[in-house]
Design a protein around this ligand. Sequence first.
Ligand code: AMP
Length: 412
Amino acid sequence: MNDLTFESFGLATPILGALKATGFIKPTPIQAGAIPHGLAGRDVLGIAQTGTGKTAAFALPMLNAMATEKLHNRRFSTRALVLAPTRELAVQIEQEIRKFGAGLGLRTVLVVGGVGRFGQVQRMARGADIVVGCPGRVVDLMNTRELIIDQCQFFVLDEADRMLDLGFMPDIRKVVAALPQRRQSALFSATMPAEIAKLANGLLREPVRVEIAAVASTPARIEQSVYFAESAEKRTLLVNLLQQPDFAKTIVFTRTKRGADRVAAMLNAARIPAAAMHGNLSQGQRQRALEAFKSGEVRALVATDLAARGIDVSGVSHVINFELPNEPESYVHRIGRTARNGADGMAVAFCDATELAYLNQIEKLTGVRLRVAGGERPRQALPPRKPQRHPDMQVRKIKPRRPPYQEKRKVA
Ligand code: AMP
């Protein structure tokens, strides 16, 4: 346990006031580890997942520097750039930064795809203190000189491993190449594959490494159970559970986007207000689904892994794995949506005979044997139904190419 307080970091008074208003009393371990170094101007390599408080860990030193050193913003230019892999995460980061910096009179601009670029360009025209964005749209605006980062003093790369998974590395290299040499940088990642370690090496100067909790550990406060059920029984089981009043705010995970749509429609037909959340929806639709879930207008959010990543909604009572993921780490990420900020939570898994191998992998990884809440563990695992593609990956059928047309030579 650390006895640090936010006051002991020597943060500017308006920031301390904003933290108090937000209800932050004690720094989390990643904050305790990273903030003093960030304030001292050091680069930080943070190995931590969403939910650990990493946003404040990188945002507070940046805001503190801006509170004491007010600069004139040049048109289209920004003093800080934060890159996140998904729009939802970018939206959340920008909201948090605005909260912490409420008394500082700073300009933040969100630069993400899926929504019109016109409004973003208009905001950039007045110059920004902090831009929070996703790599695709950021590079897009950089290419047209509607986002200029050559005066950027702070650069943050969040969820770097996810960026790698999503194929953002070429865009990130472009951004890094356009940054000035003199800057302070931070890189956060839940895992450290070789490519990220290499990127960190090139990006950070003598960084302080702050590492928090292993990926595989599931919070002890989450009560985990499993229902063994045939695939055809899962829907009835889901409706029965969600009709219980304690399933007040539940995230239901499916493997595919279409599956998410189908389950959400089925729940609505059963008079359980639900919304789907996946990568095929527009940014507006996703945001509306998230807001409806946050406000309690819908009780269930039916999501795929990628769409749910980084989403931080407080008070999630249950996470239901309608279908188990084929990667055991995804299970850990999924159930981490509940029991946040010290609250208790429940994780319920549905498992049919074709998913038994996945369940075994999950139990091996986490070291937790799930309590059986219903049904019986199948004696024999059936092979998975078909090889699994990443649920949010667009799959295009490629037509076999015809051999090039060859003109028949006239034989004389
Ligand atoms: P993050 O990992 O930055 O997405 O933060 C996860 C959640 O923890 C968010 O809801 C934050 O608002 C919250 N949080 C972060 N730091 C603290 C803190 N020191 N005290 C209480 N809540 C916090």
